[in-house]
Every structure is written in C-alpha cells, then in structure tokens.
Ligand binder design. Structure first.
Ligand code: 3ON
Ligand code: FE
Length: 486
C-alpha cells in the first residue's frame, strides 16, 4: 500500500466531516428561520434562489458524483425586518418523477451514476437524465432551473411548482441545450447565455434574452473539435469562450461502464483555445494559451485590442479516477483551482497568463456593474490552507489593485459553497463602490450537522459573518444561485 500523502501542517479539515455535507435532503420544507445568530442588515431585502443536487441516492444506490444529484431549489426570502423564510423544492424533472415512482435509478448520470444491473443494463443507453441542478435564472413569471446537458425547467417563482421543460418559445428546438451560466449585461440587464452541441465539431449558440426570459436574438458558430464548455465571460461586444483541450473516448460510456464525463481525456500537449464571438454575430476569432482546464470565469474586458480574462483554472481536468465514488476521493491529489489572469493581444495574437494567487478557490463573481469592465474586487469561495488542494471552507475577496485578499474561514468545522454577491441597494450608478454589498454563502456546520446561510459585509470579511441563519437540516453542497432584490 502506498504511504499516505504528507499533509501540510495547516490542514484544518477532515474527510468524514466534509463528506457528511453531502447528505440528501429528502424533505421539502417551508418555515421561518428561528435560529438567527447576529443581526441582519435591514437593506438586505429580496430573495436568494439557489440550485444544487438535493438527492444523492435512490433505492440504496449512491450517485457516483454529486453533480449527478437531482436538482433542488432553495429559497431564502429576506423581509428586511429581521425575518427570513426558507423553502426547498425538488425540480420535478421527468427523470425525478419517474424515479420517485420506481424507487430506483432509471437513467444514467453524466458523471458516472449507472442504472442498477451492471454494464449490460446500461450499455447503449445514451440518454442523459436532465437533472436541472446547476443554476437558476429569474423572471417575474418563471424561474428557470438550468442544467447544461439539456433544456431548462420552468418553475413558479412563488410556489416553486415545476411548470415543465421550457424551450424558450421554440428557440431551443430539437435537441438544443441551454447552459447553466447566464451573464447579465451591466448596461441593459439583458441576459446572455449559450448552448453547446458537442461533437467532432461543436456548435455554440449564443442567446440574448429580455427581462421575461424571451429570446430576442441568437447567433451560431461552428467550433472545430469537441467542446466541453461550462461557462463564458461577457464583454460589451463579445462573448469569450475557453475551449478546454479535452477529447472523448466514448467506448466505456457506450458499453455501460462509465459516465460520459468520465470519458473526457485531457490533452496536456494541446492548447486551450480562447474564442472571441461577437455578440451581434459575425466572424469568430481564436487564440491559444497553454493547456489548462477552466470551469468558471471571473470577468473579462477588452480595451485597446487587449482582452483581459480572469478565470479559475486547473492544471488538468480535475476528474476523479473513473469508477471512484466521490466520497473516497483524495482531494489533495486532484488539481487545485486557482485564480489566473489571461491577456490576449488581438493585434498580434500573443497571449499571456499569470497566476494571481496560489490558494485553491472556486465560484467567482464580481459586482454586476463591473461585468465586461475592469474590476477591482472579485469574490469567491476558498480553501482554508493557502497552498495545496482542499475542500472549500471560506470566502475571499481578491483585490486586483493590490494583489492581496480579504478572507474569512469556517475551518476546521465549516464547509462552504458559492458566495452570492448582493450589491448594496439604493446607490447611484456613478457612486457604485464595487465591494459595497453582502455575500451570502451556505455553510455546512459539521458539529451541528446542519447547514446555515452566512451573511457577510463584503467590505469586512475578516470580522466574520454579520449573521448566520441556521437551518433545520443539511442542505447538500450546492452549485449556483441568484439574488433578486425586493
Ligand atoms: O458529450 C457531452 C459531455 C458532457 C460532459 C454531453 C453533455 C453535454 C451531456 C455533457 C454534460 C455536461 C454536464 C451536464 C455538466 C454539468 C456540470 C455541473 C453540474 C457542474 C459543474 C460544476 C463545476 C465546478 C467547478 C464545481 C466545483 C465545486 C466545488 C469545488 C465544490 O465541491
Ligand atoms: Fe458553474
């Protein structure tokens, strides 16, 4: 047996605690939170919607990876007078409804969850189960639950009742997918999102939507090669895509041994491609940088032919060993996610990349008024230790002006998800201070075995949360959310 990997002395987490935060929440709750620590700011009024895998097993069988868990939307209504109402509802996807009846998995998951019965029961079943578990997009008449391998599901924003799969008025005809990473134009508030049809050559479609989530424009490009693209960055005139250097070896997927995402092969000798797509349509321009893997972008802007993109990048595709159950993963051996700045000189084609920070971070965002503009502050979740890879346990605000960061860590007993930035309301356009606002972050509190929502003053992270709203259950680690001001 191999000797255990040496741990940095600063390690302040343990696997049992961390893994316990992946406990399914089978109940659907609706209550006023009665365990509030600290004081809620009165100008925090509105609704936080967040999505994530809620159910991580079926009929005694665990998912292979949490990204295969059925989508569950959680809602926090902040009244502004110190009260907060919590609700959670499952997205009643076709797969969820059918599997709830059957009491077992009926469809394969993209990240390796197989139907019971071994490979024979799975071979040549190439239908992905749309689990609507990754993000939300809000409009007054519908809340979309997003998952990039399929179409969005519409929910009633008040009752969270599932209205059904939504093809956006026919814009998503046929097998069109809709990604889980909308970006919002800082000038118009318009939503921009994309859809990918991966293949030997891949099609990227860019959609512009209005405040009712009606598609007002769409443009399509052919991208050579297989494209697995989770997120993009938005500038005033362009959509920026990073095409990770991955190929697919589909045989184990076809024959029922592995999930589709377990068949991605990272190509370390090939470049990562940076595609610049004009939002109004037209010719795509492509640049190259050394191989790396990107899920999430922080922000991008273009000035004087220099494109700057800040992203969270991994040295390689951060996959589990295929067939390894996620609870057994040795996270310290997986590539860490770090903050990078990429620059592209559009005139010469020269690209540069610079690592801004060593600490493992994920789930980045900036002030909505800075999207497509140079930003000073970027907000993200972080690992406790400043080096190495480890679970996310804190929140971090990175100051691009000084190259320093403000942090708060819930280690050793807390584990976190995405911090959602809420700009301070009622500030005039020209007075916006881009770190003036709140950060809302879910925390799994291991000793209490419940989750809470932490509310931070984004300008004062080090002092710890202003308030913590303790829930009655564990809400398994989620993916992304959106705050809708009242
Ligand atoms: O052939 C294609 C291959 C493929 C992988 C077909 C496809 C479009 C169906 C497809 C599907 C991709 C999907 C459904 C991807 C879903 C991704 C997802 C649910 C989440 C991604 C999250 C990313 C990150 C970086 C999360 C990090 C979380 C932590 C560090 C906390 O633990
Ligand atoms: Fe994401």
């Amino acid at each position: 047996m191999a000797a255990p990997a040496p741990q940095p002395e600063t390690r302040r987490w343990n696997r049992d605690d961390w893994v316990r935060g992946y406990t399914s929440l089978t109940e659907e709750r609706d209550y006023w939170i009665d365990d509030i620590e600290g004081t809620l700011p009165p100008d925090l009024r509105g609704t936080l919607y967040r999505n994530g895998p809620g159910l991580l097993e079926r009929g005694g069988q665990s998912v292979q990876h949490p990204f295969d868990g059925d989508g569950m939307v959680c809602v926090f209504d902040f009244t502004g007078d110190g009260r907060v109402r919590f609700r959670n509802r499952y997205v009643q996807t076709k797969g969820f409804v059918a599997e709830s009846k059957a009491g077992r998995f009926l469809q394969r998951g993209v990240f390796g969850t197989q139907k019971p019965g071994g490979w024979l029961a799975n071979a040549f079943d190439l239908q992905a189960k749309n689990i609507a578990n990754t993000n939300v997009a809000y409009a007054p008449k519908k809340l979309l639950a997003l998952w990039e391998g399929g179409k969005p599901y519409a929910l009633d924003p008040q009752t969270l009742e599932t209205l059904g799969e939504d093809d956006l008025g026919g814009a998503l005809a046929g097998s069109a997918n809709f990604a889980a990473h909308p970006r919002y134009d800082r000038r118009t508030g318009q939503m921009v999102n994309f859809g990918i049809q991966p293949g030997l050559s891949s099609t990227v479609t860019l959609y512009t939507l209005d405040a009712d989530l009606e598609v007002t424009a769409q443009h399509r490009w052919e991208v050579p090669g297989f494209a697995f693209i989770h997120d993009f960055a938005l500038t005033d005139d362009y959509a920026v895509f990073f095409q990770n250097p991955v190929t697919v070896n589909p045989l184990p997927y076809w024959f029922g041994f592995r999930g589709a995402a377990e068949c991605l092969v990272f190509q370390a000798s090939r470049p990562t491609k940076i595609h610049l797509l004009p939002r109004a349509g037209g010719r795509m321009r492509t640049y190259e940088t050394d191989a790396c893997f990107v899920f999430h972008h922080v922000n991008a802007h273009l000035a004087d032919d220099i494109l700057t993109v800040d992203s969270i990048a991994y040295e390689t595709f951060p996959s589990l060993e295929p067939g390894t159950m996620y609870r057994q993963v040795e996270i310290e051996k997986i590539a860490a996610s770090q903050l990078f700045r990429f620059t592209v000189n559009l005139a010469t084609g020269e690209t540069k990349r610079e690592r801004l920070m060593e600490r493992a971070v994920e789930f980045p965002s900036v002030h909505p008024k800075r999207v497509g503009q140079p930003h000073r502050w970027a907000f993200m979740a972080m690992a406790d230790a400043p080096t190495g890879n480890a679970p996310l346990q804190g929140v971090l605000a990175y100051d691009t002006k000084t190259g320093t960061a403000q942090t708060y860590s819930f280690a050793p007993k807390g584990y976190v998800g995405e911090p959602v930035f809420v700009p301070k309301p009622g500030v005039a356009e020209d007075q916006v201070e881009e770190n003036a606002g709140y950060l809302l972050q879910m925390v799994f509190d291991a000793p209490r075995a419940t989750s809470s929502l932490a509310v931070f003053d984004a300008q004062n992270l080090a002092n710890g949360p202003l308030a913590r709203l303790h829930l009655r259950d564990i809400v398994p680690y989620g993916l992304h959310g959106q705050f809708v001001p009242a």
